[in-house]
Design a protein around this ligand. Structure first.
Ligand SMILES: Cc1cc2nc3c(=O)[nH]c(=O)nc-3n(C[C@H](O)[C@H](O)[C@H](O)COP(=O)(O)OP(=O)(O)OC[C@H]3O[C@@H](n4cnc5c(N)ncnc54)[C@H](O)[C@@H]3O)c2cc1C
Length: 389
């Protein structure tokens, strides 16, 4: 089958049908819903708007679709999940992050299911899967980003409770989350970290407005803990497993972010081709110029290369292989390649691409962030080298 930017997955009937249904939902329902309400990626989202998407996506079977059937999902493989995730951002829908549950939903909690007790599953995880609760994941602090071990938020055991003190920053989904998965240092220890489920309305816990990142999306918040007392039953996993839970989730997350970046690059490619067909310069469409052909060809090649490595790594993860090196390679390459695609898209659009609020300009800013978010380019290189020697 020749290369296409929008694959149909004809060799996998289940995936072919899911992709077709997802494309129809995004194009026929979600994009018109956003258009009617004037929702853009930079709109400050309220809970009813998000809940509408969670519930509708759940009705259609997309919300949490990758979870195992006993948790209400369809047990998608990583390969299938990557294919669906690419479609989300390729659609250009501003709310696409809420369709499968990336932002505060089932995809955020899925990786920690194996550490949760029966009670934690029922009280926290299942309501997220049903679109009733939302959660955020909080490990980063002002002075502890790549070097998470520098964190100063502490958890002090006190009877059948833990008392949290400290501040987490840049927690995605915090502005509308009900609870957080918080990684904290055990008080008085150098290297023991634990993860906790924290209801955000617990006395001593405050959600503060976070910084607005360059994408202009208002999805991040800070969490302040001042003698915040939580039940011992909210410890996730065992004492000392916090970084394993946090970083284990991050490694997988690095791979699973890649298709979203590829989809955004694909959207930038689509917009560029459309623009180049219609924009007339020196008596002919932009697309008639060979220099523009070359850009379009280079962009498609970057997308193909990124997708090929991501899908190969996803297939490897599906076979149960350790993909920690490959996941870092994928995130390193994909974040850099998709940003190069966005840069070319801005170039093709000329002044339109430089105009604040133009879709290509917004994609450019969003993709720039992913050379830092969920692991910086430098940290990926460190992880790859460490895995190779
Ligand atoms: C939009 C957004 C959403 C986010 N969502 C979340 C979230 O949901 N939960 C959460 O916990 N965090 C979240 N983060 C935080 C994010 O994961 C961190 O910003 C990221 O890990 C980098 O940390 P830092 O910004 O502190 O940079 P630093 O760690 O201070 O790094 C600064 C620079 O130094 C480089 N550097 C650091 N160490 C090395 C080294 N050893 N060798 C070479 N170079 C190095 C880095 O690559 C980078 O270029 C989010 C951030 C953003 C912007």
């Amino acid at each position: 089958m020749p290369f296409t930017l929008a694959p149909s997955y004809d060799d996998n009937p289940r995936l072919r049908d899911l992709v077709a249904r997802l494309r129809a939902y995004l194009a026929d329902e979600l994009v018109p819903y956003e258009r009617e309400r004037g929702i853009t990626p930079e709109t400050e989202l309220d809970r009813p708007t998000l809940e509408h998407v969670w519930k509708r996506s759940a009705e259609l079977g997309f919300y949490g679709i990758s979870l195992p059937p006993e948790l209400g999902g369809q047990g998608l493989s990583f390969y299938e999940l990557c294919a669906l995730k690419e479609e989300l951002t390729a659609s250009g829908a501003a709310l696409s992050h809420s369709v499968l549950g990336d932002m505060g939903g089932p995809l955020r909690v899925g990786a920690i299911v194996k550490y949760a007790t029966e009670e934690q599953r029922e009280r926290y995880l299942m309501p997220v899967v049903r679109g009733e609760l939302a959660c955020c994941f909080s490990i980063t602090e002002e002075d502890a980003g790549s070097d998470v071990r520098r964190m100063t938020t502490t958890a002090t055991p006190d009877g059948d409770t833990y008392v949290l003190n400290g501040k987490k920053v840049f927690s995605s989904a915090a502005p509308f989350a009900d609870f957080a998965i918080v990684v904290a240092r055990m008080a008085g220890t150098e290297e023991a970290y634990s993860a906790f489920l924290v209801d955000l309305d617990t006395p001593g816990c405050r959600v503060l407005d976070g910084e607005v990142p360059m994408s202009g999306q208002r999805m991040e918040g800070d969490l302040l803990f001042e003698d915040c007392r939580i039940p011992a039953a909210n410890l996730l996993g065992e004492v000392g497993q916090g970084l394993r839970i946090g970083i284990g989730r991050i490694t997988l997350n690095r791979l699973l972010h890649c298709p979203s970046l590829i989809g955004a690059a694909r959207r930038a490619w689509d917009l560029s081709v459309e623009y180049a067909k219609n924009r007339v310069v020196f008596g002919q469409p932009l697309l008639a110029h060979q220099a523009i052909h070359h850009k379009i060809a280079e962009m498609a090649t970057e997308i193909y290369a990124a997708r090929a490595m991501v899908m190969a790594t996803a297939a490897k993860a599906d076979r149960g292989d350790n993909v920690s090196v490959e996941a870092n390679m994928c995130k390193l390459f994909t974040s850099e390649a998709s940003f190069r695609v966005a840069d070319q898209a801005v170039q093709i659009h000329g002044k339109a691409g430089l105009t604040r609020g133009h879709e290509v300009e917004q994609i450019f800013r969003s993709l720039r962030m992913f050379r830092i978010v969920t692991g910086t380019t430098e940290i990926h290189k460190n992880a790859i080298a460490k895995g190779l020697f």
